[in-house]
Design a protein around this ligand. Structure first.
Ligand SMILES: [Zn+2]
Length: 398
């Protein structure tokens, strides 16, 4: 089913959303369109601290209840873009998608809160306007947004729920050189990690999703550590029997706006909804899911091996450079930070360069923690490494 949905993706991609930090105005106009659809029921179920509406988008009349929410961390918008695609899939009257849509409509009811932490989304911060990390507020419910999420899910009492996040781009699959593209977790609902009915449902569905992602991005799927954390919603909702799966979008090579992972999210979630509607998830084991390695930090964006540290003295070491993002005036700007200098032989670079014969261009210095927009090294007086070339790769995928 995943492949069928993926083949249809261009017909339901919401093309007006082009990047993660899309504008609030665009979001409001999309909500207005979804409200017009006879297939979607859009309603305000609460407000953020600063008074922005929190919307629920509901679809279907089926007896199986499914919840999903995105962007409880304001600067994690990949799944929100995917949900916009899914709303287009569910609302448009297309022959190509009719069969799947009608099956979903009859068998399940979807309750979705997209862009939950709208105040944080507008500031592009993880936390809410009050500075609270919603995903550490599941037991105390200090912030108004977490209270909305808590009460909403309890009213619905879902068989499955999806907690949708972005994780740091540079998590690796265990200690391998592979960048985690997608991470999953069938969270635990207690200290001893019991495979309750709820966790087992999540685990079986995660098993299906693991096999799909392994096909698309071989070796680039991981799981999160399943240590119990009562303050986190995933763990708390599992303890309440809500069949919770955590789905995290990680890095995607040079696709920093993560449009590839957006597509994967949209198709993966639709496949999951379909597997729930048809009860195919029941045929899964959890063995493939359980073989996943956990997220670690083992990679740099660029690793220069044996690079020159000075333009006048012959001193060399490995250098690790990472892309950093800065949010200014509604846009994400990219630059580089020099993260580490020394023996980096235990780490990998997404790009690795043997700089053993390179010289440092006189105009540049090597400093740990410094922010770079350009950096050049030469070989026989010719430019051999030019950081700007790599910055351009980012912009090309935009
Ligand atoms: Zn998050």
């Amino acid at each position: 089913m995943y492949k069928n949905i993926e083949n249809l993706y261009d017909s339901f991609k919401e093309v007006r959303i082009k990047e993660r930090a899309f504008s609030y105005e665009l979001w409001l106009s999309l909500l207005d369109e979804w409200k017009q659809s006879p297939l979607l029921d859009v309603s305000e179920i609460g407000q953020t601290y600063e008074g922005k509406p929190i919307h629920q988008v509901k679809f279907g009349v089926g007896p199986i209840h499914i919840c999903a929410w995105s962007q409880m961390h304001g600067d994690e918008a990949t799944a929100t873009m995917a949900l916009a695609d899914i709303f287009l899939f569910l609302s448009q009257n297309s022959d190509k998608t009719r069969e799947i849509r009608e099956k979903l409509h009859q068998k399940i009811t979807l309750f979705i809160i997209p862009r939950l932490n709208a105040d944080g989304a507008e500031r592009w911060t993880r936390e809410t306007a009050l500075g609270i990390d919603m995903n550490r507020d599941a037991s105390k419910l200090h912030s108004p947004e977490t209270k909305v999420l808590h009460d909403w899910a309890h009213t619905i009492n879902p068989l499955f729920s999806f907690n949708l996040h972005d994780q740091h781009r540079l998590y690796s699959v265990g200690n391998t050189p592979h960048q985690t593209h997608i991470a999953l977790l069938a969270t635990t609902g207690d200290e001893s990690g019991t495979w309750t009915d709820s966790r087992l449902r999540a685990g079986k569905l995660a098993n299906r999703l693991t096999k799909i992602v392994q096909e698309i991005y071989p070796n680039k799927i991981a799981k999160w550590t399943d240590e119990y954390n009562a303050r986190a919603f995933g763990d708390y909702f599992q303890s309440q029997g809500f069949g919770l799966i955590l789905l995290e979008s990680g890095g995607a090579d040079w696709d920093l706006e993560k449009q590839s992972l957006r597509k994967t999210n949209a198709c993966l979630l639709l496949d999951a909804f379909h597997a729930i509607a048809t009860e195919e998830w029941k045929t899964e084991e959890i063995t493939t899911y359980q073989t996943l390695l956990t997220n670690e930090r083992n990679i740099f964006d660029i690793k220069l091996i044996n690079a020159p540290l000075s333009s006048s003295k012959n001193i060399r070491a490995d250098i690790g450079l990472n892309i950093c993002e800065e949010y200014t005036n509604g846009k994400i700007e990219f630059s580089w930070t020099l993260e580490e200098i020394g023996d980096l032989s235990i780490y990998s670079g997404l790009t690795e360069i043997d700089a053993g014969n390179y010289e440092l261009n006189n105009d540049y210095s090597i400093e740990k923690g410094k922010n770079y927009t350009s950096l050049q090294m030469t070989l026989n007086k010719q430019v051999a490494f030019n950081l700007t070339d790599y910055t351009n790769k980012i912009n090309q995928t935009k």
